[in-house]
Design a protein around this ligand. Structure first.
Ligand SMILES: O=C(O)Cc1cc(O)ccc1O
Ligand SMILES: [Fe+2]
Length: 442
């Protein structure tokens, strides 16, 4: 098992990074010289269309021991993941507008690596149409051994909840403990080791346009997630020959092929598409210093635009530790109905709208226009609380918010994790109105 360790990182979101594991491996002045140093092959890896506008264009040049095409033939793979993972459009069950919540999954008893540890909760849009997202949880207790993974269906936003991940990608290594997120570009090959022996978390598989930093508007040039805090790996490679397997998810199906060497054989790379990690504690939260609870968009870490300005394919939003100082304000999230659909998870602690039942590792879904808000007990508490400055501590909830309504998997709808009594949390909401202008909680 690998040791938990800190690697060297390159800093800056979407920069044209360059890195070489051997001196002189990276060609200078051109991308594809007639002969690359060390006898390496040049290979371009494109995350956007060749002709995407310059501001959005992302591609990386890799200098590797063998080109990616040196692999065996794809064969269908009927693995555990094939049985547990769904890819949009998901229509195996009809999704009611019900507010839904789920317990955290228990760690598997059988040996399970990162590939086989995924279970789909929900999805929207269409992977083939490159819209929407898939939402999965993962639980794993085994290192990926002699096998590598590649997801052709979307970019992976990984949110560890418990247990660190060591991502060894084509571009190098990322250590991703709980409290960090990682993003792996569509189609990048990688393996996952578990330095703490097991791991659980969430995955948002983004079929749509690449995650980017949101605009800051009048906030100005600093704040929210700052570009410099996004960390990219330095080149690291395996020069291994032997019997390996490359597993690929393509159009919702799993395939495998034999490969007689490690596909993580990139000795140097230059470009602006690569995996990255980000520590959520670095998020510089903005919030009111006067009154009212602002919209949760103030906490957007990354966004995948949909093409309609301000209407996201995916917003990744966090609810980090922070001071609450609003005056004459009902401080928790308001009761609301939203045209956007909200899938939530909890990394640690307690979420301010739900003190009971929304557990670390659990999930909730409030689909388009489905009403939700604080549970009854939270309403009563927040309506009578003395409004002193309060620091929300040791908590980290997040939301995958999308313009497209989610369909749930059969596992999510009918499986053992569903909390069928979730809507009961609002049953205790009392009627205070009695025609008297002074009515209400005392
Ligand atoms: O519903 C939720 O808990 C998420 C949420 C939080 C918030 O502070 C405001 C709106 C919102 O949808
Ligand atoms: Fe909400």
């Amino acid at each position: 098992m690998s040791q938990t360790q800190e690697f060297d990182y390159l800093h800056g979101f979407g920069n044209e990074h360059e890195t070489e594991a051997l001196p002189g491996a990276l060609p200078q002045g051109r991308f594809s010289p007639q002969k690359v140093a060390y006898g390496l092959y040049a290979e371009q890896f494109s995350s956007t269309a060749f002709t995407a506008p310059r501001a959005h264009n992302r591609r990386t040049w890799m200098y590797r021991i063998r080109p990616s095409v040196a692999q065996g033939e794809y064969q269908a793979l009927d693995c555990k993941a094939q049985q547990q993972v769904r890819t949009a459009p998901i229509d195996e069950v009809v999704t009611p507008p019900s507010m839904m919540r789920w317990d955290a999954a228990a760690m598997p008893e059988a040996p399970t690596d990162f590939i086989d540890g995924w279970v789909t909760m929900a999805g929207n849009g269409s992977a083939a149409g490159q819209t929407g997202v898939g939402v999965h949880t993962y639980c794993a207790n085994q290192n990926m051994d002699k096998r590598y993974f590649c997801n052709a269906d979307g970019e992976l936003l990984i949110v560890p909840q418990q247990g660190a991940l060591l991502l060894f990608t084509e571009c190098g290594k990322l250590h991703v403990p709980s409290g960090y997120i990682a993003v792996i570009p569509r189609g990048m090959k990688f393996k996952v080791e578990l330095p703490e022996g097991s791991a659980r978390g969430y995955i948002c598989e983004n079929y749509g346009s690449l995650l980017e930093l949101p605009e800051r508007g009048p906030v100005g040039a600093n704040g929210y997630a700052n570009d410099r805090d996004f960390q990219y790996p330095t080149a690291a490679y395996e020069d291994l020959e032997g019997e390996f397997e490359l597993v690929t998810k393509y159009s919702g199906h799993y395939y495998r092929c034999d490969i007689d060497h490690s596909p993580l054989d990139v000795v140097a790379w230059v470009g602006n598409t690569a995996p990255y990690r980000y520590e959520l504690a670095r998020f510089n939260a903005m919030n009111t210093v006067t009154f009212d609870h602002p919209d949760p968009s103030i906490f957007t870490v990354l966004t995948s635009p949909s093409g309609t300005p301000g209407v996201a394919n995916l917003d990744f939003v966090i609810f980090p530790p922070r001071w609450m100082v609003a005056e004459d304000t009902f401080r928790p999230p308001w009761y609301h109905r939203n045209v956007m659909s909200e899938f939530m998870g909890l990394i640690e602690g307690v979420y301010d709208a739900k003190e009971d039942g929304f557990v670390p590792g659990g999930c909730s879904l409030h689909n388009s226009m489905s009403p939700h808000g604080p549970e009854a007990a939270v309403f009563e508490k927040a309506s009578t609380a003395k409004l002193e400055p309060v620091r929300y501590q040791d908590t980290m909830a997040f939301m995958f918010e999308s313009r497209y309504a989610f369909n749930v998997s059969k596992f999510a709808l009918d499986g053992p994790l569903r909390q069928h009594n979730y809507p009961d949390c609002w049953k205790g909401l009392k009627k205070f109105y009695n025609g008297d202008i002074d009515a209400g909680i005392e």
